[in-house]
Design a protein around this ligand. Sequence first.
Ligand code: GAP
Length: 542
Amino acid sequence: MVDMDKIVSLSKRRGFIFQSSEIYGGLGSAWDYGPLGVELKNNVKRLWWRDNVYLRDDMVGLDAAITMHPKVWEASGHLASFSDPFTGCAECGRHYRADQIHDALWSSRWVRSLRERLTKGNNAVREIEKWLNGDGKKLAPNLPAVKRPEEIKSLDAASDLRVVDAFDQLGGSPNPYEVEAIIKPFLLGQSHLCCPNCGGVHLSPPKPASLMLETFLGPVKETATKTYLRPETAQGIFVNFDNVLQASRKKLPFGIAQIGKAFRNEITPGNFTFRTREFEQMEIEFFVLPGTDEEWHQKWIDERFAWYLRYGIRKENIRLREHEKDELAHYAKRTADIEYLFPMGWSELEGVANRADFDLKQHSQYSGKALEYFDEESKQKIIPYVIEPSAGADRSTLAFLVDAYHEEEVRGEKRVVLKFHPELAPIKIAVLPLLKKNDRIVETAKEITADLRRRWYAVYDDTASIGRLYRRQDEVGTPFCVTVDVQTVGDEKAPADDKVTIRDRNTMEQVRVSLSTLEPTIEKLMNGKWAEVAQEHGIKRA
Ligand code: GAP
């Protein structure tokens, strides 16, 4: 699995994702999508919308406002219970989610540097001692052992072996309890946890912190309406249930889909775009007859799981995880998470919940407007049950990016290639002139680009040698390069053959096709038919 640092650095270098407000020192919890990132994320959202709205008879779309009536959040239960427990370090002032502090500790700079040190030699106590007097001082100045490094000498040989064994056993998979077990006796000498930032042991007892981001509507704060930036897009759908029902004349079962920004005052945003305070959700509220909810829930779990596989997520990197009874949200009858193996470990990509009739009932009660459905068969008014597949656009984009990342060795050199599904790739085709000093080649390449652009996002590039241009396109995941050469346009020795070379990103194989069939050939290639095209035209020898 690729390191997150590599993804962050590639994202910046090639224009996928930048840190927000970077010229002012950056804002840790916010990220901006650059020229290629916006294409990738738009493709994720477009495919989600196409597959869930356009290709189904039972779905319609919505785009509700981000700010809503404050009562919405009373009814939904967010004001009362949408919070996470937090703990703060008295020494450096950092705050953490109390239930995630083990993970934060494990991935902290100081624990990682200590682990590296322990793999360098087999005398653990001596290595720890060196670390305490070196990197430990810089990275974890408040760690008790850093403050009193001499105490480490009192550890005996048996402890020494236990430290090495324990760190060895951990391998790449962080287990918070093992981390705690190792760090406590050797470095803390007491029963506390310590701060992932400074090593301090004075952490406050956990307290709940609301995740709702307040905002004020009106020019004078004192008289303005206090409301909230929505923490989920779902409530915009519930409060519009009757509007959509009346306008669309849909019959149960049917769903309403929405893509939009959501905001949460996360205590510890982090892991790149995985957890941020501002993010985009892709949510469906699928309304069904009570009694059919369990069957529909399972159908949606299967459908959403298959969606990620369809667009290239490797099956070994995705799994389902059923929520335990005690972790279910206040509204949920059952929830299954689709998890992805991100660089920091298995984490939620999408939740598929059975929300029963909780939301429609709550909004009926708080607004005084009945949110019901007249069932023709039973001739009764009922409150539908709701199945909610709720995905994050940013998290999906990150998962597709991580999963696409490959490093390969080609003729003794490292090739970095993003093997995106063609539908997801930011740039679909790069048109490259073999000789940029040959006007006819350049002119033809530009004409081809202009033609292809009417259907696909195609770029023209002549800023380097052909080998480097191919590598650049590999690194941003462009599935196909079209090269125009002397044979295409002809010269004094031979007439034009009106053919171009198409190179496949994954196999690096090339075929030569006629300009008149370029568009239908690319159409086939976009549909994954490289083998068929290669058989038809024959693989070109390099
Ligand atoms: N309406 C249900 C709901 O909001 P959730 O599990 O809290 O459920 C759904 O969020 C999805 O939204 C998550 O699976 C994740 O993909 C995305 N998401 C939630 N919080 C996020 C955050 N702080 N940063 C990025 N994405 C987030």
